[in-house]
Design a protein. Structure first.
Length: 146
């Protein structure tokens, strides 16, 4: 019984391995309310990672600035190579989680955006990530004055 609980709990909170690196982003579950830049899941959940701009430090500085200025978004954790933010919907105040991880092996920023509740998000997470990507790519490289 203990082994079964460990297996179930381990699977639910499992992180992904990429080579020898542990990636703190989870794959999407079976509900269509999530997108992720990891290729092992269903193609319908896949979203392209963000490119590195200039270098990883500059990229995360830009991404932090974009998230700090994005509507109804709060950065929960910002550590070296990892950002976790929450986005709250306007009307019903649903909270979604958005995570970014610097994949040093592929030199990309992996992203995961998922709803905490409900079955379908009607494309909200995919649209949010694409909007954030556009803002990130259009942001000036010099973020020193922001």
């Amino acid at each position: 019984m203990v082994l079964l609980c460990l297996l179930v709990l381990g699977k639910a909170g499992a992180t992904v391995m990429h080579g020898t690196e542990v990636i703190p982003l989870k794959e999407c579950g079976s509900k269509p309310n999530c997108v992720v830049s990891l290729g092992a899941g269903k193609e319908s959940f896949y979203i392209e990672p963000f490119p590195i701009r200039e270098n990883p430090q500059v990229s995360f500085k830009i991404l932090t600035s974009v998230l700090n200025n994005y509507k109804r978004t709060k950065i929960v954790k910002n550590s070296e190579g990892y950002i976790h933010a929450t986005c709250t919907s306007l009307i019903f105040r649903f909270v979604d989680d958005v995570e970014f991880y610097l994949d040093k092996v592929r030199r990309k920023i992996l992203v995961r955006s998922a709803s905490r509740v409900g079955y379908s998000d009607f494309g909200v997470n995919r649209n949010r990530v694409e909007e954030l990507r556009k803002l990130y790519l259009e942001a000036p490289l010099d973020q020193s004055d922001q």
